[in-house]
Write a new protein. Structure first.
Length: 438
């Protein structure tokens, strides 16, 4: 920023009353690291609830300049006796100029909490030359309910949104009407993102009416193949925070978005099928490692399915992006070495994931999982159970109106898990599944 720009921006920021006067009197040097947006607003999105769980939840939001974010959380709606949690983990806080990520831990299961967000604008010039210039707080009090056996057994699933904001608007209108306990975003939220700004638009301020869509309804995320593509997506955790390392075994520290939570009578299991091409495919230049990642999730899966809270759930539902079954013999199963190409198949990428199915489904079947909800094929499908495959697979649709964007709703009523697929474009029900408990 040259001196003229600095003066112009400083004047705007001063008029907005964001920065305290003594900061304005500072030299260019002291303020050049304040990368404020033109209107001076530091917090540039509503909070997004990420990776919620029984005793913890992630709160993330966008900022326009170097900042250190915080959340105040309370069990009462007047925010009395609030607890303040800063972004980041151990050693140093998560100060940065893009996304504040605060993992709130020590919560009680199935409990409503109230929270607010705020951020300190930081002037950082290196070494010990750093200070808080001003503090901005979103005046709105938000709330959420943690997961747990006492939480309403009611979820929604969206998938393959691909930054298509017109269909994302329709999906959000449906979700608002259904008001579930949580939403699983089942992958391909992005396309191929090269910048954190495009990621921020997709997750934090999508151009839709209710861009605070995830401020009170918590989200879980099963990444899709597109969510690994592009330089920015290689560091997806800067946008979609991991759970804290202490929330899983040290062996599984790198599995920060996999989830196994109780939502009332349902155990929700989230897996990541990763890319739809082999690591060995020459177009990947040896820069992807889906194979080991898929195997690592087996041990994680065996562990979480042995936990009392999960094992004892009346229903176990697994979620992942790429389907784990496909009856169409022309559909590529994702294990054609070395370059995913074979004349037997219509595509040179995986339409379903036989490797993941072979790794994960025996474990899930043994635990009593009767339903897997997937995505990726951009066409709605229900694969009913057979003698050899005692589980149902639902494949969600989207993203274009021609391939209807879907909201898959699951809820437990009278001891049965009822799942319906809604065409978000016209409200039609495209299919229903009813399951008895295991
Ligand atoms: Fe997709
Ligand atoms: Fe996909």
């Amino acid at each position: 920023m040259d001196r003229r720009d600095f003066i112009r921006n400083t004047a705007v920021i001063t008029a907005a009353g964001i920065i305290c006067p003594d900061a304005i009197a500072s030299s260019d040097n002291q303020t050049k690291n304040i990368q404020g947006s033109v209107d001076g607003k530091l917090i540039t999105s509503a909070p997004m609830l990420q990776n919620f769980a029984e005793t913890s939840i992630g709160v993330a939001f966008s900022v326009s300049a170097m900042a250190n974010g915080f959340v105040k959380v309370s069990e009462v709606d007047d925010m009395s006796n609030f607890r303040l949690i800063k972004c980041g983990g151990y050693r140093v806080t998560g100060m940065n100029a893009d996304v504040m990520q605060i993992r709130v831990t020590g919560l009680k299961p199935s409990t409503r909490y109230y929270y607010t967000i705020g951020a300190d604008r930081i002037s950082y010039e290196g070494g010990y030359r750093m200070r808080i210039v001003s503090t901005e707080e979103d005046p709105k009090i938000y709330s959420f309910i943690t997961s747990g056996p006492g939480t309403s057994s009611h979820f929604c699933v969206i998938n393959d949104t691909h930054a298509n904001f017109s269909t994302f608007q329709l999906l959000q209108e449906k979700i608002t009407a259904l008001n579930p306990s949580c939403v699983v975003w089942n992958g391909d939220a992005t396309n191929c993102e090269e910048s954190i700004d495009s990621q921020k638009e997709i997750f934090f301020y999508p151009p839709i009416k209710n861009s605070d869509y995830a401020s009170e309804i918590p989200y879980l995320f099963c990444p899709g193949n597109h969510d690994s593509r592009g330089m920015a997506n290689r560091s997806l955790e800067k946008i979609w925070m991991y759970r804290q390392p202490e929330e899983r075994l040290s062996r599984d520290w790198d599995l920060g978005r996999n989830f196994a939570i109780r939502l009332g009578d349902i155990a929700m299991i989230g897996l990541d099928t990763a890319e739809d091409k082999l690591d060995e495919n020459p177009i990947f230049a040896g820069l992807f490692s889906s194979s080991e990642y898929r195997k690592a999730q087996v041990k994680w899966l065996q562990h979480v399915l042995s936990l009392k809270n999960i094992k004892n759930a009346p229903f176990i539902v697994a979620f992942c992006h790429i389907p784990l079954f496909d009856s169409n013999p022309r559909h590529n199963p994702g294990d054609v070495y070395p370059n995913d190409t074979d004349s037997r198949y219509d595509t040179n990428f995986a339409e379903w994931q036989r490797t993941c199915s072979d790794l994960w489904m025996p474990v899930l079947e043994k635990a009593g999982c009767k339903l897997v909800i997937t995505a990726h094929e951009h066409a709605v499908r229900i694969d009913g159970p057979t003698k050899e495959r005692p589980w149902t697979q639902i494949v969600g649709g989207g993203p274009a109106l021609g391939n209807p964007p879907t909201v898959i709703e699951g809820k437990v009523l009278n001891g049965q898990l009822q799942v319906s697929i809604c065409n978000a474009a016209n409200g039609d029900t495209m299919g229903q599944v009813t399951l008895k408990s295991k």
